[in-house]
Write a protein that binds this ligand. Structure first.
Ligand code: MN
Length: 467
């Protein structure tokens, strides 16, 4: 696979969509600049704008891409002063960037001002980072405000929407990067599952896992790793801390690596001792069944929301079987009773960020309902889409001790049983799933998830620690 050819084809599709949109305007896509940390001489970790990264395949701070309906693409390469070069490594030259990105016309950023001058008096769509409006001089553009090229907000929105829609289906180069990101995540999760033991802190486990991400090529984590032990496993976005894990508790790890801008996002929940005990195993198996059923049903043309509702029904039915909920599955899901224990969506689009763009079909909006409000994806799936499938069951004390909810769900919930499980924590199982022509492929399938398989890994890890 020649990367530059894939990138050229990617831009050809975008160009065709933009030309067909009826918005006959030039487009500027700045990569974004490093963001200073207030009160220091440091910068936040640099993240290129995903639209720039998608269109070029690279992440160069201060670069910009331009497109004109008649003249096509021009890439403006960043440049540094001699003073900067004392402190920083040199960015790739315009010629080098032309080679890696396949954009034939690559120029030094000093030419960007001239390009903008040549658009003087025309409307312009401004995609990518809008930091150029306030920080034009750092892109080498003097007097942005005196340029009469006006940002056409309507065209910006329409062309941005067209780009977001094209970004849903991943091409070969994206899937190569995502596969590597997922493989690094799997290796890190396995390392953590082997390393966990009674007396270890969440933070110590995070360090072992992330070290493996980085050994496997991860440039950084795709998002702040979540490692929660005991009751902390019910905090959906919990930050690993000094809390020490104990035999008899569960540990939930939701973490992924990022490679060349692409994210992986994987969750497993496992016991600190070798085995799931008592109701842990039963609840685990309900979550696993709901996850496996959703994966089995995922494929082209399937509405993601229907997978969410199907998983919600499986969770409701499982909680009835365990004695936690009372009533028919239909009534419970219609009343959002399952959402007391599954208070988030089934998952989201994955790609250049962990919650990738365009999760909602144009015209659709999130519903107000408790059981659907946090669903981040509402569209029919299609080949090339990568989504996460990540149901869970949690005992979130804030939700389950809320008097209003206790009142509303008096009959549907076995509150005595809930009270005994308030420090249970939570269980989530998440895989990254590529939609194919005839179903789906679980990209993270190398990471076991059956209870017995997880127990075998735990036993092996604990044996190695003692042996
Ligand atoms: Mn996720």
């Amino acid at each position: 696979m020649n990367d530059a050819n894939v990138l050229r084809e990617r831009r050809r599709r975008v160009e065709a969509a933009w030309s067909a949109s009826g918005h006959d305007v030039p487009v500027l896509i700045p990569a974004s600049l490093p963001i200073p940390i207030d009160g220091t001489d440091q910068f936040h970790e640099f993240h290129a704008h995903p639209e720039f990264q998608y269109l070029t395949g690279v992440a160069e701070p201060g670069a910009a891409l331009a497109w004109e309906p008649d003249a096509g693409w021009t890439l403006f390469a960043p440049s540094l002063t001699i003073e900067d070069l004392v402190w920083m490594s040199a960015p790739p030259s315009a010629d080098e960037l032309a080679g890696t990105t396949g954009v034939g016309r690559a120029q030094d950023r000093a030419e960007l001002g001239g390009w903008l001058e040549s658009q003087r008096g025309r409307d312009l769509a401004l995609l990518g980072s809008r930091d150029i409006e306030a920080r034009a001089s750092e892109y080498g553009v003097d007097a942005w405000s005196t340029l009469e090229a006006v940002v056409d907000e309507d065209a910006t929105e329409r062309l941005g929407q067209a780009l977001a829609e094209l970004r849903r289906a991943k091409d070969a180069l994206e899937l190569d990067r995502m596969t590597r990101a997922v493989d690094a995540a799997v290796a890190g999760h396995l390392a953590a599952q082997r390393h966990a033991r009674h007396g270890l802190s969440e933070r110590a486990l995070q360090i072992e896992m992330e070290a493996e991400f980085f050994r496997q090529g991860g440039a950084r984590t795709a998002y702040s790793s979540i490692v929660g032990s005991g009751p902390n496993s019910a905090i959906l976005h919990g930050t690993p801390g000094e809390r020490v894990m104990h035999d008899g508790e569960l540990v939930l790890i939701d973490a992924g690596a990022e490679i060349e801008g692409y994210a992986s996002d994987v969750t497993r929940t496992f016991p600190v001792s070798a085995d799931f005990i008592g109701i842990q195993r039963d609840i685990y198996n309900v979550v696993l069944a709901s996850q496996e059923e959703a994966i089995a049903a995922a494929g082209p043309g399937v509405e993601y929301k229907s997978l969410h509702l199907q998983a919600s029904a499986t969770i409701a039915r499982g909680l009835v079987d365990l004695g936690l909920l009372r009533g028919s599955t239909e009534d419970l899901v219609a009343a959002d009773a399952h959402a007391l224990f599954f208070p988030h969506g089934l998952g989201h689009m994955l790609g250049l960020s962990t919650h990738d763009c365009a999760g909602y079909l144009e015209g659709r909006v999130p519903e107000d309902r408790f059981g659907l409000a946090y669903l981040r994806t509402d569209l029919p799936l299609a080949p090339g889409y990568v989504v996460t499938i990540e149901p869970g069951i949690y005992f979130v004390p804030a939700l389950l001790t809320d008097p209003e909810r206790r009142e509303r769900y008096t009959e549907m919930v076995n509150w005595e049983m809930v009270d005994e499980l308030l420090d249970f924590g939570g269980i989530r199982i998440e895989d990254d799933v590529l939609i194919t022509d005839d179903g789906c492929d679980v990209m993270s399938k190398a990471l076991p998830k059956a209870a017995a398989e997880i127990e075998a890994i735990r036993r092996e890890g604990l044996g190695a620690a003692h042996g």
